[in-house]
Design a protein around this ligand. Structure first.
Ligand SMILES: *Cc1c(COP(=O)(O)O)cnc(C)c1O
Length: 412
């Protein structure tokens, strides 16, 4: 929950100007209430339909956030051994973990098997063979779903669209029945489900329903052929509104439609939302360092940069940038840029925004997903701290890195 009260911008009951003064800038600030509200919107809209909401760890993998979700009963969608380690450290239940990704290594497969994860979402036949071999050596049975590529266009940014036949993800849906059939020869694999995930930041859910219908038809066919398919995993991808005027589907009504499509299927449903749970729950707090003008161009130079939040540079993403304290200054049109030595280092371009002077704090909004997790030490900049607000209190869930942290593990 972020809102203005009088002239001050708050995260729940904590004024961000106070936080900026106490923890410094740049800093990521998260609202626990927003995270839980979004998670519960998924969970509750399924009603009596058996389901697991597997939060996509890659969107924001901080331990405290995983812990918050684990305590409310969430499952997790992981894409690496490192993410499984984080889930376990945070107290997550491995029996509610699904493991996605095209390039699982033998070590990662073994690690996931020994911890008893629920399902491997498999993306190739070679991967099925590897998991079977590893499971045999460990005398285990591994649950798998084939991630099918339904060849539908998610109509989102090309880097985060995954459901077309030219993408590296999944197995073409028309080939899937034969793959499930061939997988029956693996004695240490159990066909648990069918999975798909067609992309991220999807604002029109129609392609998700198209994929759902195709996956559902496949699941029905497999069951008719005697396969013990128990679940359908719809992936994540629901978009969020990054600016006023951008409209994103509301979680509850979207899931109610999914529920209506699946309630007679006898299948358990899984979803893997990331962005729609944590995206709106975070801001990146920054301080204005300088103002300058080059010819006709106006620049607001801030202490956050592309190494802290790469989405504007990488995806040309639009993040609202708003003052932490409202002023009466006129609006300006400016580029908001950071200190990194790249012309691609910008947080906003030709942005109409409230004027901001050196020393003022700004909030870069909707930065809770794919923000900190994609940050780096480029230009030897220590990574920002993360702060979790709960009502009127806050805690630093990840410390700001120091210069010593920058060289940890290096030798001269
Ligand atoms: C990235 C990803 C998700 C989460 O996507 P969001 O857009 O953050 O909801 C879910 N499942 C898989 C397989 C992914 O790769």
């Amino acid at each position: 929950m972020f809102s203005y009260s009088e002239n001050d911008f708050y995260c729940e009951q904590v004024p961000l100007a106070d936080l900026a003064a106490r923890v410094g800038t740049p800093a990521y600030i998260y609202s626990s209430e927003t995270i839980l509200t979004n998670y519960r919107a998924y969970d509750q809209a399924f009603g009596a339909l058996p389901h697991t909401v597997c939060y996509a760890v890659k969107a924001n993998s901080s331990l405290a956030i995983l812990g918050l979700l684990a305590r409310t009963g969430a499952g997790f969608d992981i894409v690496s051994g490192g993410e499984l380690f984080r889930v376990l450290e945070a107290g997550g239940d491995p029996a509610k973990v699904v493991f996605s990704g095209v390039g699982k290594t033998p070590d990662e497969v073994e690690y996931a098997l020994t911890h008893g994860i629920h399902t491997f979402n498999c993306e190739s036949e070679a991967e099925l063979a590897l998991i079977d071999a590893k499971a045999e050596r460990l005398s285990l049975k591994a649950g798998f779903a084939i991630r099918v590529n339904p060849d539908v266009d998610a109509a989102t940014h090309p880097y985060i669209s995954t459901g077309l036949h030219q993408h590296k993800f999944g197995i073409a849906i028309q080939d899937a029945p034969a793959v499930y059939r061939r997988a029956q020869r693996y004695r240490n694999l159990a066909a648990e489900g069918v999975s798909c995930h067609i992309g991220s930041q999807i604002l029109d859910p129609a392609p998700i329903f198209e994929a759902l219908d195709k996956a559902l038809a496949l699941a029905a066919q497999l069951r008719a052929e005697g396969s013990p398919i128990r679940h359908l995993d719809l992936g994540g991808g629901l978009g969020v509104a990054y600016y006023e005027g951008e409209s994103a589907p509301a979680i509850g009504p979207f899931i109610e439609k999914v529920q209506a499509r699946l309630c007679a299927s006898g299948l358990t449903v899984m979803v893997e939302p990331g962005r729609s749970i944590v995206g709106p729950a975070g801001v990146l707090l920054t301080r204005v360092l300088y103002r300058k003008r080059n010819g006709a161009k106006e620049f607001v130079i801030v202490d956050a940069a592309m190494n802290d939040l790469i989405r504007p540079s990488l995806y040309h993403a639009h993040h609202e940038i708003i003052p932490v304290r409202l002023s009466r200054l006129p609006r300006i049109k400016a580029d908001v840029v950071g200190p990194v030595c790249e012309s691609g280092d910008f947080l906003a371009r030709d942005r109409e925004m409230a004027d901001a002077m050196p020393g003022d704090f700004l909030a870069i909004c909707t930065a809770g997903a794919y923000g900190f997790v994609q940050s780096s030490n480029y230009n030897s900049r220590p990574r920002a701290p993360e702060v979790l607000v709960e009502g009127g209190s806050y805690r630093i869930i990840r410390k700001r890195e120091t210069f010593e942290d920058l060289v940890r593990g290096e030798t001269l």
